[in-house]
Design a protein around this ligand. Sequence first.
Ligand code: F6R
Length: 369
Amino acid sequence: EKGGHDYFMLKEIAEQPQAIADTLLGRLSDRGEIVLDEVRLTDQDLRDVDKIFIVACGTSYHAGMVAKYAIEHWVRIPCEVELASEFRYRDPILDRSTLVVAISQSGESMDTLMALRHAKEQKARVLAICNTNGSTIPRESDAVLYTHGGPEVAVASTKAFLTQLVACYLIGLHLAQIRGVMYADEVAAVVEKLQQTPDSLRTLLGRMEEVRELARDLKTASTVLFIGRHVGFPVALEGALKLKELAYMHAEGFAAGELKHGPIALIDEGTPVVCVVPSPAGRGVMRDKVVSNIQEVRARGARTIVIAEEGDEDVRAYADHLIPVPATPTLLAPLMTTVPLQVLACEIAAARGHDVDQPRNLAKSVTVE
Ligand code: F6R
């Protein structure tokens, strides 16, 4: 049942290229328009949206963080991301022209459900991104986009995360198109890049041997830090979350630019720091900033594990370990850069003798607030 893998988690990591392809399947109409699943909202309703809130928990929240970058860039509507458990208690300003996007793999997270109920009471429109057909969150939403990741058995979310990203990209592109911010051919160009990601990911998954070796090396570290910028920031948070939940190690993710405002004091001789480097194409400035952050931590003794686009040879000089990932447009890069971090956490946990699929104290579906 684990398809030759030691853990469900490894099986689900390996299934990610297919999960992405399945989530993309049939989404582009003959007219080059993105097709969502169950949309009980009119295009006019979606054109009237003037603010977006994304609410979710845990890994799904990290997908929402990535979505904010993509949606604001493509759709040009203000988009906030908030932890579902915090959202309703601060009395957010919501009305008919607010779109609340609830992201949940299980469709049953009580925090997310309560946030969406609160949003509906305030007359906001709710769109769910969910991996579980007919679960509570999509049932109570005005519209749904299902991620076709297939059942996720391991407690730690992997393929659901990548398919949530795909769903968020599709929603962003759909909104951009119906609101006239992007032309059909511009949307199709991004979709084409998305359609290439399963193949790139297969290539990347074929190269995980080094990450496995690294995991054996890091299993005794007392802390592991993760840094990233832009969409690399949520990837850093996700890498740290995976390591905490599976390996029971202290791990923390930071926005690379925040390091000098405090966390750099944590760096000591040999502290492992995983650095997610943006693509040098397009936003070279951002990539150069991360490279200087890597130099800063290295100068203070950090052992750097660098995730960078293949061909970015200059970073090699600052990397104690370099993990190259296939080239992908900046906003889509988390579909690549997250994966070595999933493998790393899984392998470190296994090397420490933990039950990777059933980490202590955690449940797959969190149905209490
Ligand atoms: C982490 C993980 C959790 C879930 C969170 C939300 O690996 O799986 O952080 O992402 O509990 O769950 P859903 O998406 O089902 O609402």
